[in-house]
Design a protein around this ligand. Structure first.
Ligand SMILES: [Zn+2]
Length: 196
């Protein structure tokens, strides 16, 4: 679904479709994450959907199309009663994925300081490079790291590839299942539960 992200960035209210096929339009490629997050909270009153999402731990990593197709078929067997689609998606640009309504803040991985206020500005700056440059130095202890390696209290991360199941209708996947998906894709994965 094509979406005018600039409108989301400005925080304008848009007419909401009763059903959406994906949450892609809510993912923050938006330049103003703060505005986007506020929009998300507004939208969350109108609908409720869950996604089980796997992204590579390396933001630039992409599996082969064949590996992605294998992973989709495998994930389908883990969520046999899903009432949404299981898909593999390749994006041209790096996208930030977070838990939506599950968002629980962000912490310096070195010293444990809450850095959410600083992080929003850091996200804006990184967006200027379309998330190609994720390097940051945390304000609390001058720790040199990347936005992808901060300690997101609820898992979050950057990627160009995503394997997802909408409304998977399960509580959790097992560590063994996660490992099997990782092996199918040939990539280390980060798992994110998204609630919108
Ligand atoms: Zn720190």
């Amino acid at each position: 679904m094509a979406v005018d992200r600039s409108r989301i960035a400005l925080g304008r209210r848009q007419p909401i479709r009763p059903r959406i096929s994906g949450y892609g339009f809510l993912r923050t490629s938006a330049p103003r994450f703060a505005a986007w997050h506020q929009t998300l909270l507004t939208l969350s009153d109108a609908m409720s959907d869950n996604w089980l999402v796997f992204i590579p731990t390396d933001p630039e990593a992409l599996p082969s199309r064949a590996a992605a197709d294998r992973a989709v078929e495998l994930l389908k067997t883990f969520v046999p009663e899903a009432y949404g689609e299981v898909l593999a998606k390749f994006a041209e640009r790096t996208v930030f994925h977070c838990g939506g309504g599950n968002w629980s803040g962000v912490i310096c991985p070195k010293c444990g300081t809450d850095v959410e206020g600083w992080w929003m500005d850091a996200m804006d700056k990184a967006w200027a490079s379309e998330f190609k440059n994720l390097s940051v130095t945390t304000p609390c202890c001058r720790h040199s790291t990347t936005l992808n390696d901060l300690n997101y209290v609820w898992p979050a991360g950057f990627s160009r590839f995503v394997l997802e199941a909408m409304n998977p209708n399960i509580r959790q996947t097992t560590a063994e299942q996660d490992r099997a998906l990782s092996e199918a894709l040939g990539l280390k994965l980060r798992k994110i539960w998204i609630h919108i």
